[in-house]
Design a protein around this ligand. Sequence first.
Ligand code: ARG
Length: 527
Amino acid sequence: GVNPREVAERVVESGALEGVASELEIAGPGFVNVTFAPEFLSAQLDAVASDNRLGVAEADRPLTVVVDYSAPNVAKEMHVGHLRSTVIGDCLVRVMGFLGHDVIRENHIGDWGRPFGMLIEHLLDLGEDVAAAGLTQGDLDGFDKEANAKFTESEEFQERARERVVLLQRGDAETTRLWQRLVEMSTAYFNAVYSKLGVLLTDDDLAGESMYQPMMDATVERLDEAGLLVEDDGARVVFPPGFENRDGDPLPLIIQARTGGFNYPTSDLTCVIDRVERLHADLMLYVIGAPQAQHLQMVWKVCEMAGWLAPPTEAVHVSFGNVLGDDRKMLRSRSGDSVRLVDLLDEAIERAGTAIREKNPDLDGDERARVARMIGIGAVKYADLSTDRVKDYVFDFDRMLAFEGNTGPYLQYAHARICSIFRREGVDRSSVRAVPIELVEPQERALALQLLAFPTAVDAVLENYQPHKLCTYVFELATAFSAFYEHCRIKGSPEPTYSSRLALSDLTARVLERALGLLGIDAPEQM
Ligand code: ARG
């Protein structure tokens, strides 16, 4: 009931901000403008500099989080959608791991289902060795297309494919071995892409659709017991309320096809059961493109109805938009095919190599190759992470590899530049870590405030699972450093200014490196 202006006066007079603020000013109807005292900021910075976590506290309540990401399909090309899932998912894994959550990575690869009858028969036609040579090197689209073409053309092939699926579902030994080979060839290729990309996924994280097959009878039984299963045209389905097709008819989630085979939704239902009951997940993040939104909503609705998914356990669709070509249509290669992920990555690395050769001819061959990889991959990842994930973005090599602007190379360069200051001054970075930082110039102060905002930026990523929030932060940090470096001399400055400015630079480089690391991007020491 007190007038806001008076409340503001009381806040100011209370002395509660003594030592924190150097100036308190009441403005407008009752705002209090706080100007931090330089000594307070300096003390905060010194504390951050002596902290390996750079001021970021661990979560009070660590959660068990399952992150479902990447999830390419066996014997099919990984496309740019899988790139987005892989890059975004990996960033979320890193951020949540840093905050002390117990993170379980799951790569729900498409390694089961009707197409495998056809794929196995095609494997046999080609001969295992020929198939292996193509598949492990990433000629997956060709393999899949040839198999599909034969399936459309030849009744004999269709028949074989159908019989093969039955054998696979029955667990026939030779068929299982052939299926296993297909899976191994594809995962070898996926792993090659992952290591090129520098993401955390390994074979231990594989949790493909096939893994849930043995548990699916139980899932169906439980759905039946819950009274949710309905016969629909020979198939067994569930009708979750609130979902309709274009004609306004209720939309079924198909659990078991007429032929007895289980469907994609059934593996996702079983997957929820497994994640909740075996892994004790508090939170499940599904990093999957926007077109699967309805599928996920229906699956989760059915899980809620069956009592498998209930608060506080939460499932979240971390959805993302499309990658477009410069014609603003879905990214395609010149021949009109979808673009191979490895080709994109290789081209990014190659272009980065060319740029470094021009800008820094002294960098020797091996080091140049290493740095080119960091820059090329960093550029691709940063371009993906720095736009709000729900939006589409245009894949543009020239823009993502530019050394100016909100790009990966610009941020990496800010880091490398600080490293080079220390090289030039002949000062060891660790030697300035305990030096008190004094803040005199406005640019020093602005940089300090930005450094102290790091924990807020990390938290912001998890508010809505938005990596671009951290990207914006790093970009602003690099910009603040640039302004500082332009206005505040280091070389030849008297002490204690000289050491203080080096300490501020070192701390900036550490935060840049850590923040880029959370995005999954390397921070080279020279470029
Ligand atoms: N393999 C699927 C695809 O390529 C993505 C699977 C995503 N994960 C899931 N639990 N459904 O579209």
